[in-house]
Design a protein around this ligand. Structure first.
Ligand code: MRU
Length: 336
């Protein structure tokens, strides 16, 4: 995988051969973005199978369950991780054949999930690109591009598809404190695609929205509740509030695997709290900005209440309010 901590300074590919290394890479954000950590989790499970010395099916399943726990615990908010790990566990439970065959099938299944992710992202991008008008200026939060997925991306995939379809788009890239996924990763990706952009500090978004310079706000999602409440990168909520106050449409773009219908609303979604060091580790002129010993809080995600969202873009189409009726219908389309 690409070590995303090194970008944009260095494009470094790192390799792992152990599920615990994958769990650590997810926790330390070598790989990040909900769909990307889902597929990384699936490969972690495949590695757990390949590394297992089990000679019975029961022992293999025990090894897989241990790896599943470590992978699931590595980051709590994005549902895609637990979803992918559980799919792999269920797959192993149902698989036919001897131990060697089951191990190979697990690896094939991880490859299938990786391929499917790209195909789903392209379908989402096509649905979302139809919403973009020629000449739109779009505020984008965090990084939701090829880096956050296997390829192509969610919200950034929509922008990329609109650009490839010949629409002129301009992106205001939220820098996305504290990990700066926008300033580091989204800016780098947009540069690679030749899409015009400017980085803005997160707290400038309200100014641009109020002064009529923005036509849309786009971001991804890490977990979406049954009523359409969206957990996404910290700062998404403030951005949606400012957009709503200025009648600028807000779309969250995500695959169906990000929907968690077991959550009636966003209130119970676990929000990851990361190390205060991520907030405090800023230096200017070689000196730390905050006083020595300063404390900090670092929630990694927040919840956008569904009332602030204009639409939800999925691979099965764009969902509009009332989300509590229309979202479950897109997750499980009614039989005709
Ligand atoms: O902490 P991160 O960088 O993993 O957070 C990523 C986001 O919040 C993205 O917006 C989300 O995963 C959807 S991107 C495909």
């Amino acid at each position: 995988m690409i070590d995303q901590r090194m970008l944009p300074a260095k494009l470094e590919i790192v390799s792992y051969d152990d599920p615990l290394q994958i769990a650590r890479a997810i926790r330390e954000m070598v790989v990040r973005g909900a769909p990307a950590i889902g597929v990384a989790g699936a490969y972690g499970m495949a590695l757990a199978g390949l590394k297992s010395s089990a000679v019975t099916r029961e022992a293999l399943l025990r090894d897989l369950q241990l790896a599943a726990k470590a992978l699931r615990d590595s980051r709590p908010t994005a549902v895609n991780l637990g979803w992918a790990v559980d799919l792999m566990l269920n797959f192993a439970t149902r698989a036919q054949g001897n131990i060697a065959e089951v191990k190979q099938q697990l690896l094939n299944e991880a490859h299938r999930m990786a391929d499917e992710d790209v195909e789903i992202n392209r379908r989402m991008a096509a649905h979302g690109a139809a919403l973009i008008q020629d000449g739109d200026t779009i505020i984008h939060h965090c990084n939701t591009g090829a880096l956050a997925t296997v390829d192509w991306g969610t919200a950034l995939g929509v922008i990329r598809m609109a650009h490839e379809n010949g629409k002129r788009v301009h992106v205001l890239v939220d820098e996305t404190r504290p990990r700066l996924q926008g300033a580091r990763l989204t800016a780098w990706e947009l540069g690679e695609y030749g899409i015009p952009y400017e980085i803005i500090s997160d707290n400038a978004a309200g100014y641009f929205l109020h002064s009529g310079q923005v036509q849309k706000v786009l971001y991804g999602a890490d977990r979406v509740a049954a009523n359409g409440d969206v957990a996404n990168k910290i700062g998404s909520y403030m951005l949606a509030l400012a957009a709503h106050d200025n009648d600028v449409p807000v779309y969250s773009v995500f695959p169906i695997s990000t929907v968690d219908l077991s959550m009636p609303n966003g209130e119970d979604i676990a929000i990851e709290e990361r190390s205060p060091d991520e907030v405090l580790n800023i230096q200017v002129n070689g000196e730390y900005v905050a006083p020595q010993g300063a404390l900090a809080r670092n929630p990694a995600f927040d919840i956008t209440p569904h009332r602030l969202l204009t639409g939800l873009v999925t691979e099965n189409g764009v969902v509009y309010p009332p989300f509590s009726i229309n979202l479950p219908n897109v997750v499980h389309p009614p039989e005709l």
